[in-house]
Design a protein around this ligand. Structure first.
Ligand SMILES: [Zn+2]
Length: 534
């Protein structure tokens, strides 16, 4: 488990800014309106009794709403980051009620501790300022309009400052509490660790920078922060000096081998791999081999890669190899697409060439690898060489003028052989490569050819196909693909120039190998967009 702290904290603070905005304007509005009531009664009646202002129940509601709104945002943020790794995903909607209750309760509890002080501070501000002004003869001789103008401008500053202080202090607590809570809806607390991520903010106090530099602790333990114990940044049980104005975050993550609370299996949280969640938790998942064929068949179903899998006749090694390859491919596309309808393995197994060198399903992987290599170098060359040999053998049977044209043809075939020596029949060589090639067909047929993703290929096609009214979608797509001249696929492999579909599948394979230079530049853009999920 490796955490990209920079990415995590950047996203955390970005989310925090977004979450705070509506709260800030709401709380500022409340302060302003209460201060205005105070100002108005002070000017009209000269009284400085503000006991009815800044009602504690109004503050309580502010706390409750703030914790609930910000909490839900961060619980979703965290859960969605894990979504792709969890069986059937995490549907945050299932937890909304549970979260809402939990966050609102915390808001009420925190609010109950704070309202007397917060409301008192606001009232005290009114009293202090107005008392001072009552003793200021220059102010007292002003007309009420002028008095109101001066007071409102002064109290607007207090509204701004006090609402900001309130929201920022609570937002960090709400966000981190929700992150912690969200994590426990996915993983049991005992199977998690957590890390303190220090804010990049220049004002980050040294105690927080130190906490951020220390090792992760078990989820249920506290962080040692400047001599105090805090469960997470903003923990209200910590001293104000460690809590106020803190923008740090907590990152809970599963220990290696952790199981989710729900239904997650076949995953291990290890150090391998290079997958990235939306918020910087990287290297979360590494593939774990199934122990039985049944388990292997269930793997793709559990991970929404295939609806139905039949590995009857495969060895467990073969099944695992197919699973791992498909899973890697699946993860390499940012999950913006619905894989639920994929009955993929069936397709793979029906492809003749994948298994054509084997007897039925009794496959020896090493043998397949060898045969694919041989196929690559031999098939067409061999065919041509045999043809040349045959023609030469029978040459004397032909009349002289025909012999001339046969020899001419032989020269052409020899040239073709030279060309073929520089062009592989298939781009790939291993079984993994061939599965990835098949996945390339999936990318083409289920993703690129999906109407909703049609815009993805617009750059990939000639402009004259862009306004193709009257042409059916399928035809248009096919026209587009054909038009870009897959013949240049020969740069990738001979097979890639067979037709537009093979061109795309072979290009996908080259893409997964980072062999970018041989891929059409617009197609490369599409693949990269798919990978980045936009
Ligand atoms: Zn901090």
């Amino acid at each position: 488990m490796k955490l990209d702290k920079q990415k995590w904290q950047t996203d955390f603070e970005r989310q925090l800014d977004i979450a705070e905005k509506p709260q800030l304007s709401k709380v500022r509005r409340f302060y302003k309106s209460e201060y205005n009531k105070g100002i108005n009664s002070f000017i009209a009646e000269g009284q400085t009794n503000f006991q009815l202002l800044f009602n504690e129940n109004d503050f309580l509601k502010i706390y409750r709403d703030l914790y609930s709104d910000i909490g839900i945002r961060f619980a979703n943020w965290y859960a969605k980051g894990f979504d792709r790794y969890i069986k059937k995903g995490i549907n945050p909607n299932e937890f909304i009620d549970q979260w809402q209750n939990s966050f609102a309760s915390l808001g009420s509890a925190v609010g109950a501790q704070r309202v007397t002080l917060v409301s008192g501070t606001a009232k005290k501000t009114l009293i202090d300022i107005t008392q001072k002004l009552l003793r200021d003869p220059e102010f007292m001789v002003l007309g009420s309009v002028e008095k109101g103008r001066i007071l409102k401008s002064q109290f607007n500053k207090y509204s701004q400052y006090q609402s900001r202080r309130l929201v920022q202090t609570e937002a960090t607590n709400a966000a981190n509490f929700a992150t912690m809570e969200s994590a426990t809806t996915i993983f049991p607390g005992a199977q998690m660790m957590k890390e303190w991520i220090a804010s990049f903010d220049d004002r980050t106090r040294s105690s927080h920078a130190e906490a951020g530099a220390s090792e992760p602790v078990p989820y249920n333990d506290a962080f040692m922060v400047g001599g105090s114990l805090l469960m997470y940044p903003g923990d209200p049980s910590g001293p104000a000096a460690e809590v106020v104005n803190c923008r740090c975050s907590v990152a809970p993550f599963p220990k290696q081998g952790a199981q989710t609370v729900g239904e997650l299996s076949g995953f291990n949280f290890g150090l391998a791999g290079a997958e990235s969640t939306g918020f910087g938790l990287t290297d979360l998942v590494s593939f774990v081999n199934a122990l039985t064929i049944k388990e292997a068949e269930e793997f793709l179903v559990k991970n929404n890669i295939s609806k139905k899998v039949n590995y009857n006749g495969l060895t467990i090694e073969e099944a695992n190899l197919i699973n791992k390859t498909l899973y890697d491919n699946y993860l390499s596309i940012n999950k913006t697409f619905d894989f639920d309808t994929l009955d993929y393995i069936k397709t793979v197994r029906n492809k003749n060439y994948m298994f054509r060198t084997s007897n039925g399903l009794d496959i020896n992987l090493d043998q397949i690898r060898t045969n694919i290599k041989e196929l690559n170098s031999l098939t067409n060359i061999l065919r041509l060489e045999k043809k040349i040999e045959r023609k030469l053998r029978n040459l004397s049977n032909y009349p002289l003028n025909e012999q001339k044209s046969i020899l001419k043809n032989i020269n052409l075939w020899k040239k073709e052989i030279e060309n073929l020596k520089n062009t592989k029949l298939f781009y790939g060589e291993t079984l993994e490569d061939f599965i990835t090639h098949e996945f390339g067909h999936f990318v083409e047929s289920r993703i690129l050819r999906n109407k909703n993703n049609f815009n993805l290929i617009s750059d990939f096609a000639d402009s004259r196909f862009r306004n193709s009214n009257g042409i059916s979608f399928e035809n248009t797509f096919q026209s587009k693909l054909d038009f870009i001249s897959y013949k240049k696929g020969v740069k990738i492999s001979e097979y890639a120039s067979k037709n537009s579909f093979e061109y795309l599948a072979e290009s996908w394979l080259a893409f997964t190998k980072n062999d970018y230079s041989i891929i059409d530049i617009n197609l490369l853009k599409i693949f990269k967009r798919l990978k980045n999920g936009n």
